[in-house]
Ligand binder design. Structure first.
Ligand SMILES: C[S@@+](CC[C@H](N)C(=O)[O-])C[C@H]1O[C@@H](n2cnc3c(N)ncnc32)[C@H](O)[C@@H]1O
Length: 242
């Protein structure tokens, strides 16, 4: 997949993830040098859902990001538009609810989740700002949003090394271990052009989220953004379920 395809046509994006689904988790662990488990624990803590609460894990893929929630007794709904990824997930974790849906047109009612989260997914959505507004719509007033994604290392010299690592090392590694190396060339490119921590914070605010804050992980390789849905929208109560 080349630079032009960073335009991310939804059918092509879903097909690309269908393709990488069987090896997705193994390759992910190798490329992130084993850090993903720690990052996922931090996401779980940031969402801070109680057992029995309903949480949307959007762009859940094979459900690896949903598992810590299910294991903590949270009623997690894993939603993704790649049926290939969902099938791999359902085989591994039949106890989790996997639902096919597009992040920009969610198949859920207003105010139907206690919290929403998206891990390593927002960057892949064709219209990420629309996805942020959709997550706001389906989350209850006062509910939390947590977005985890690759970001921009904060220490400038490291940022340069990292960009070199991504641009140069990732594609050859992926060619050896991945079934669809083009997907990992796309990954490197998509991280490079993704907004930095402050710009993504501004997107959250623009979408209507309040109390936006973020935490850098692994020196900013990953950022976890957290926000809250306001209790009222434009002076009206937003607490009514439809
Ligand atoms: C890198 S995977 C992340 C999977 C999982 N959240 C994790 O942390 O391992 C990104 C996922 O985003 C999904 N995705 C991209 N655009 C989407 C959209 N518009 N609606 C739903 N899912 C989407 C892809 O199908 C893919 O499964």
């Amino acid at each position: 997949m080349n630079r032009a395809s960073l335009e991310k046509r939804p059918e092509e994006m879903a097909a690309m993830f269908d393709d990488v689904a069987p090896k997705y988790d193994v390759v992910n662990d190798i490329l992130s040098m084993g850090q993903t488990r720690r990052w996922r624990r931090i996401v779980l803590e940031a969402v801070d859902a109680k057992p029995g609460q309903r949480v949307l894990d959007l762009a859940a893929g094979t459900g690896t990001s949903s598992e810590p929630f299910a294991d903590a007794g949270v009623n997690v709904v894993a939603c993704d538009f790649s049926v290939g990824m969902l099938k791999v997930g359902k085989r591994r974790r039949p106890d989790i609810d996997f639902i096919a849906g597009d992040a920009t047109n969610l198949p859920f009612a207003d105010n139907s989740f206690d919290a929403s989260t998206i891990s390593f997914g927002l960057r892949n959505v064709m219209d990420p700002k629309k996805a942020l507004r959709e997550m706001l719509r389906v989350t209850k007033p006062g509910g939390t949003l947590v977005v985890a994604d690759f970001s921009h290392p904060t220490f400038a010299p490291f940022r340069t090394v990292y960009t070199e690592y991504l641009m140069r090392a990732l594609p050859p590694i992926a060619k050896k271990v991945a079934s669809n190396p083009a997907a990992y060339v796309y990954l490197a490119e998509s991280i490079r052009v993704w907004p930095n921590q402050d710009k993504l914070s501004a997107w959250l605010t623009e979408a209507g989220w309040d109390a936006v804050a973020y935490r850098n992980l692994s020196g900013g390789i990953v950022a976890v953004h957290r926000a809250v849905k306001p209790l009222t929208v434009d002076g009206e109560s937003a607490a009514t379920d439809r």
